[in-house]
Design a protein around this ligand. Structure first.
Ligand SMILES: Cc1ncc(C[n+]2csc(CCOP(=O)(O)OP(=O)(O)O)c2C)c(N)n1
Length: 477
């Protein structure tokens, strides 16, 4: 990777516009620790690439560095403008998942190597393990796609297979909801119940239901299960990515791009599940599950201002009849820890896990409802879609509550990498934004329902980042 950076120095790159994400962190580390570059950080790839284009219009090549998925796609308009403004020297450098994951349905993996093919004059597709990073015949604008692996802590764990099967139940299309509920009503095995599934624990009285899978699978290797049956769309749970796709089964219609996992039509899934009712002794699983639950209940008391505690209190206030959208990245993960047992109509944006367009998606998905619509977003996710409030100018039938979990930057990356340059930290608050769009503003969770009378409210929550960190650290201990 260092060789690629040297190539960039050779062609005269001095300015880097960085858009942090999980995948491009090793690249950003190289740019940040080099004295050869001036690095400016953005969270919105569309603005970042136009900013880079403005810099490039002065003549020197400028690189915008993105993570994978829709983040790369957000650079398309600037790439188009670069070409049609007489080939301005813009370079989009995108990090990609390892090549072997292409076309496997792995999360945040889209075929992005040719995404600018009609507009970039040079396209390169490198793999981290390749020696040769030569930018031969470079013409502008250019796209360099770089496949980067990511460390996999679960690979270190023992590979003993102790249990037969586990079901991961995530978000379903409305037309499949009832049938799946019926199918699993008397199931006696283990079900991971994702928060976005919209099911309640009480829907599966016979099963051992895991509600906090991220914590659970840190204590138990997902590879202890011989078969992993995925019902619904891409799980939020990270560990399922570690599972061997050859042992994975999924319901037809939900796993775009998968080639190795085994597809089952609903009828086959039904036969498969009913014929393989597991005889596993679930004692160990029950113990781990209980331990995870008890720990998180204790932590909610000990750290009342942590994000998970605030989210738990919030979810308790939301009427069961409401619809709920939960954004990436921490909010949706944290919802998995709140153990709410309400059958919300629930939405997320987990196709490629983008933080772009979330508010707009949410308001579209929840338009024309009679019941309350709740939207929970991280601060950068909200800022990414500032104009997404637009539909609220027209009178909507339902009450809309937009909750911003303002932890002052992309704290997900502080949690994973503990590097300031990944954070896009800020001191902004959202009161002025509420005023601008004519929404009521609250920033206290001790709201009583009369305070939530008005039709459209923006609620800003400011968690204590130290408490949030302590919660996570102790939860996974
Ligand atoms: C379009 C797009 N660009 C970049 C990313 C990488 N990314 C994932 S989470 C995140 C930060 C989110 O910050 P915030 O909304 O404040 O939520 P929190 O850090 O609290 O999870 C970013 C930039 C992404 N998922 N989608």
């Amino acid at each position: 990777m260092k060789k690629l950076v040297d190539e960039l120095i050779k062609i005269g790159v001095k300015k880097i516009v960085s858009c942090p994400g999980g995948r491009n962190q090793p690249l950003l580390e190289l740019f940040e620790t080099s004295n050869d570059f001036k690095v400016e950080s953005f969270f919105d790839e569309r603005s970042a690439s136009f900013y880079a284009l403005g810099l490039a219009s002065k003549g020197e090549p400028v690189v915008v560095v993105t993570t994978s998925g829709s983040a790369v796609a957000e650079c398309l308009p600037a790439m188009i403008e670069a070409k049609y403004q007489d080939f301005l020297p813009l370079i989009v450098l995108s990090a990609d998942r390892p090549r072997e994951l292409r076309y496997t349905g792995a999360p945040q993996t889209i075929p992005q190597q040719n995404i600018f093919k009609d507009f970039a004059e040079s396209l390169y597709d490198f793999d981290l393990n390749e020696e040769d990073y030569k930018l031969n015949d470079l013409k502008f604008p250019a796209h360099i796609n770089l496949c980067v692996g990511e460390p996999n802590p679960l690979k270190e764990m023992s590979l003993e297979v102790n249990f037969d099967q586990i079901i991961i139940l995530s978000r379903l299309k409305p037309e499949d909801f009832k049938e799946v509920k019926l199918l699993l009503k008397n199931y006696k095995g283990v079900i991971v119940l994702e928060a976005l599934s919209g099911f309640k624990e009480a829907d599966f009285k016979q099963a051992e239901v895991i509600r906090q899978p991220d914590a659970f699978f840190l204590k138990m290797n997902i590879k202890s299960f011989k078969k992993i049956i995925r019902i619904g769309s891409v799980p939020v749970l990270k560990a399922w990515r570690e599972a061997d796709l050859c042992s994975s089964y999924y319901l037809e219609g939900y796993f775009p791009g998968a080639v190795k996992a085994k597809k089952l039509a609903f009828k086959e899934l039904k036969d498969f599940i009913l014929s393989s009712i597991t005889n596993d002794d679930l004692k160990e699983i029950k113990e781990v599950n209980l331990k995870v639950k008890n720990t998180s209940e204790k932590l909610k008391v000990n750290y009342p201002q942590s994000e998970i505690s605030l989210l738990s209190k919030l979810v308790n206030k939301i009427p069961e009849t409401a619809s709920l959208f939960v954004g990436n990245s921490l909010p949706v993960r944290e919802l998995q820890h709140t153990e709410f047992d309400k059958g919300f109509k629930i939405f997320g944006q987990r196709g490629v896990n983008g933080i772009d367009g979330s508010l707009s998606f949410a308001l579209g998905a929840m338009s024309d409802l009679n019941e309350e619509a709740w939207v929970i977003l991280g601060d950068l996710t909200c800022l990414y879609d500032l104009q997404g409030f637009w539909p609220l100018l027209k009178k909507r039938k339902n009450k809309t509550r937009i909750v911003v979990m303002n932890n002052f930057g992309g704290q997900i990356f502080k949690k994973i990498f503990d590097k300031e340059y990944m954070l896009n930290g800020h001191q902004l608050n959202f009161k002025a934004l509420a005023d601008f769009w004519g929404l009521d503003y609250k920033n206290d969770l001790e709201l009583n329902s009369s305070e939530l009378e008005s039709n459209q409210v923006l609620i800003e929550l400011n968690p204590d980042n130290k408490q949030s960190k302590a919660f996570w650290t102790e939860q996974v201990r």
